[in-house]
Design a protein around this ligand. Structure first.
Ligand code: TEU
Length: 542
């Protein structure tokens, strides 16, 4: 890879089932994506991260893969995929695939053969005898709040480990055959021309032991598998054997990483991942676990951003993805200032140091889904949590509120292309309810507005390209008080000052921030000594 590719990359994430449906079955598909490539190119991005399009029984929307070398028929064919690669390439866009290798689907051939008792394939998974006298093999927790052990069908006392749903058995990364299989799969896609991989929950793949873990509120046992040396070693092998020969790159989704772990996983000299998605800044509105939300603590958000900007040389900068509620729905007061807040987020994402990731719909200011009851929610995680919450002393209303604030479906509602029926996403019945606000929030109407949200996102992407200081410059923290956030980007003596008001109230600027200069870009047109609600200014000090 060119040394500076990270600095020049701007990623657009597509959640295929929710992006664009070409054949009226209610699910987005690859031909649908192809039909929108001109739109994606018009944003100025040069990379698409495609959430899984592999064959899958869809227990976890494709993150449970039953055939790594086939396309989910609902999404199209391998020919469609090859066409996507070629058409994207013709527009200067590379495709990054989602690589889900902590687990397969229980409908994968390997698991089926394991169930039939084939020793070779039993060794692909983590299968253990239950404790003597009955009972599961250890006390670990599970990401989807299930029991992480499921009885192996047809066996008396054997269980398989699944850190996610029971249809997602974990692979046994102690087995070199598993590594060889995954290398083969990666080469298969690299040969087809993919630019790299987004590696799903990559820092949990290698379990050191299956001993009981120290009891915790969530994910007991994590000390036995988070960012283990075995995982580092596998990543180095995958880089050397698969990524490097194809000049491909990889971003890791790394859960529960602190700065030190993130550094180890993404340090250039170690040759593992190119960058990681960390989560700490996504946790500023949670009480202990993500299912209990409080008002977002802006001070904590600012502190966390500064900590990661200064503590890690290169960040994967993101505020939304298919697992997170929409960020402008999380920002207190932003509902009333949807446009200003979305533009401010464009300012933040494009001026922080790191590779920016834009999630589909973020560029038009899409908000959380408007679900009315559980029958409208699809996500397995939300349903599991809802069931567990029945045991808590909560009213039905409070329980559902908890889901509406946290559900991953919030970001999975269909892309809003038009104000028309089903937001122009499908001619059929959408797999997940379209947000009612598509009559106002949609691409078509944004495309007609010079001063709109979409136009602002595009402008910020261009600006980032035009100013090497925004791509390559140092991040220098300047000010954070929970309302105002300010930093400087600096390169070869050139400085740009980024100023944000993260509240719904106008604020006065402290003396320190009254810096004369030219406003290069802002989401407001008038400027004085203060900042309007959710105002963003990028200033070239004179
Ligand atoms: O997510 C892993 C993960 O940690 C999330 O499920 C997490 O629990 C939460 O959603 C983030 O706050 C990845 C994928 O992104 C997700 O869609 C999959 O369900 C999961 O792995 C299993 O493959």
């Amino acid at each position: 890879m060119p040394k500076n590719f990270k600095n020049d990359t701007v990623v657009y994430q597509i959640y295929p089932r929710s992006f664009c449906d070409s054949d009226g079955d209610g699910f987005g598909d690859i031909p649908g994506i192809i039909s929108k490539l001109d739109y994606i190119a018009s944003l100025g991005v040069n990379t698409i991260w495609l959430s899984p399009v592999y064959k899958s029984p869809d227990d976890d929307n494709g993150y449970d893969i039953s055939d790594y070398k086939a396309i989910q028929p609902r999404f199209g064919t391998m020919d469609d995929f090859d066409r996507l690669i070629a058409e994207a390439k013709a527009r200067g866009i590379g495709i990054v695939m989602d690589l889900v290798i902590n687990h397969t689907s229980d409908e994968h051939e390997w698991f089926k053969r394991a169930l039939q008792g084939e020793e070779k394939y039993r060794n692909y998974y983590i299968i253990r005898e239950g404790k003597r006298g009955g009972g599961i093999p250890n006390n670990w927790g599970n990401f989807f709040a299930e029991c992480p052990w499921a009885k192996l069908e047809g066996s008396e006392n054997e269980y398989y480990l699944h850190l996610f749903s029971k249809k997602q058995p974990d692979l046994n990364w102690h087995n070199p055959d598993v590594l060889a299989e995954i290398e083969d799969i990666m080469r298969f896609w690299l040969e087809r021309g993919v630019a790299g991989f987004r590696c799903d929950v990559i820092n949990v793949i290698y379990k050191n032991t299956l001993d009981d873990g120290k009891p915790r509120l969530i994910l007991t046992g994590q000390e036995h598998y988070l960012s283990t040396e075995g995982c580092h070693e596998i990543l180095r092998k995958l880089r050397e054997r698969c990524l490097e020969p194809y000049a491909a790159w990889a971003v890791g989704e790394t859960v529960f990483v602190d700065l030190e772990r993130a550094r180890d996983l993404s340090d250039e000299a170690r040759g593992e991942l190119d960058m990681v998605f960390a989560f700490e800044h996504m946790e500023c509105d949670q009480v202990i676990v993500k299912w209990f939300k409080c008002g977002l603590n802006r001070k904590k958000l600012m502190k966390t951003l500064t900590k990661w900007q200064t503590g890690l040389d290169w960040n994967a900068v993101y505020f939304e993805n298919h697992d997170q509620p929409r960020f402008i729905s999380r920002l207190p007061g932003a509902q009333k200032y949807r446009e200003e807040a979305s533009k401010m987020m464009a300012g933040l994402i494009m001026t922080l140091r790191g590779t920016p990731y834009v999630y589909e719909g973020q560029e038009i200011g899409m908000t959380n889904g408007d679900f009315k009851d559980m029958s409208e929610v699809v996500d397995i995680e939300s349903h599991n949590i809802y069931a567990i919450a029945k045991k808590l002393p909560l009213t039905n209303k409070a329980r559902f509120k908890m889901i509406t604030l946290t559900s991953r479906d919030n970001a999975r509602t269909p892309m809003q292309w038009t104000a028309g029926e089903n937001a122009g996403f499908t001619a059929g019945i959408p797999w997940l309810k379209v947000n009612g606000n598509h009559t106002e929030v949609n691409v078509e109407s944004e495309q007609k507005r010079d001063g709109g949200v979409l136009a602002f996102w595009k402008r910020m992407i261009v600006l980032r390209k035009e100013h090497p200081v925004l791509k390559d410059g140092k991040f220098i923290p300047l000010y954070e008080d929970g309302r105002i956030y300010a930093y400087i980007r600096e390169l070869d003596g050139e400085r740009l000052l980024a100023l944000f008001n993260m509240t719904a109230k106008a604020v006065k600027l402290p003396k320190k921030l009254r810096i004369d200069g030219e406003v290069i870009v802002s989401n407001y047109t008038e400027h004085d000594d203060g900042l309007m609600p959710f105002e963003f200014e990028l200033i070239k000090p004179s």
